[in-house]
Design a protein around this ligand. Sequence first.
Ligand SMILES: NC(=O)c1ccc[n+]([C@@H]2O[C@H](COP(=O)([O-])OP(=O)(O)OC[C@H]3O[C@@H](n4cnc5c(N)ncnc54)[C@H](OP(=O)(O)O)[C@@H]3O)[C@@H](O)[C@H]2O)c1
Length: 244
Amino acid sequence: MNRLYGRLGFADRVVYSNFVSSVDGVVTFGSGVSAGSVISGKNPADRFLMGLLRACADAVVIGVGTLRATPGHLWTPAHVCPDFATEFATLRNTLRRSPEPRLVILSNRGQLDFDHPALKGALVITTKDGAKRCSSRVPSSCEVITLGTGKAVDIKRAFAEMTRVGYEVVLTEGGPHVMGELIKSRLLDEMFLTLSPVIAGRDKEHRLGMVEGVELLPRIPVWSRLRSARRHGDYLFLRYALPR
Ligand SMILES: NC(=O)c1ccc[n+]([C@@H]2O[C@H](COP(=O)([O-])OP(=O)(O)OC[C@H]3O[C@@H](n4cnc5c(N)ncnc54)[C@H](OP(=O)(O)O)[C@@H]3O)[C@@H](O)[C@H]2O)c1
């Protein structure tokens, strides 16, 4: 692992994200198609990094928008990079992690795809109304936690709850709206960004960038620090640190 990516060296408590973007900053398509694999062209180095970042995490957090856009996906290291399944399992064992990272799904309204296989064993964090909508319909192995009585879950409370149950090394795979909330709340410590050498373009379809739902520049600049830049063929693998 060290030979392929170098030492990651995460802090004991950290929240980090992973995205793939086109050269022109597109990370989603409006059609609800799972954008990541299209934008990355299923690049093996990108899939290895996805697997590695999942393998390090106690939990992987996504918003319900990402769940909806990715039917059949499992947020495990081996699902995205099966060739390294054994090495990922060994790494988790060395890091004293559970066999798989826990999937945490954020949903205010509780409108989930109840047949999605990733719900098995997952944790859903939702509002009181959301819990009413989904609790009786999720698989019995899926836990639903209610936070607050309002229309939206306070993301700070959601992350405090994850820390409380022992998830200290947390990966978010988005999507852009969850990223917007994390950056607004200063909860994100690091960002991994794969820059794919493809041009996506924008016209009629609503295509999102990596951070949505918050406007920062010019009033609230959030400057990050480039921790590393790696190149594999025409792809760039960037790692940034953010101020808390
Ligand atoms: N290129 C990449 O690397 C990459 C990575 C990830 C995702 N994506 C793409 O991103 C797209 C989805 O984007 P998105 O921004 O709509 O997805 P998202 O951030 O995964 O989901 C947004 C939804 O999550 C729920 N949510 C957000 N914050 C919450 C909070 N604090 N508490 C509870 N629920 C919360 C809300 O759902 P409700 O209010 O409806 O319940 C919200 O509408 C998909 O097309 C996916 O393929 C791309």
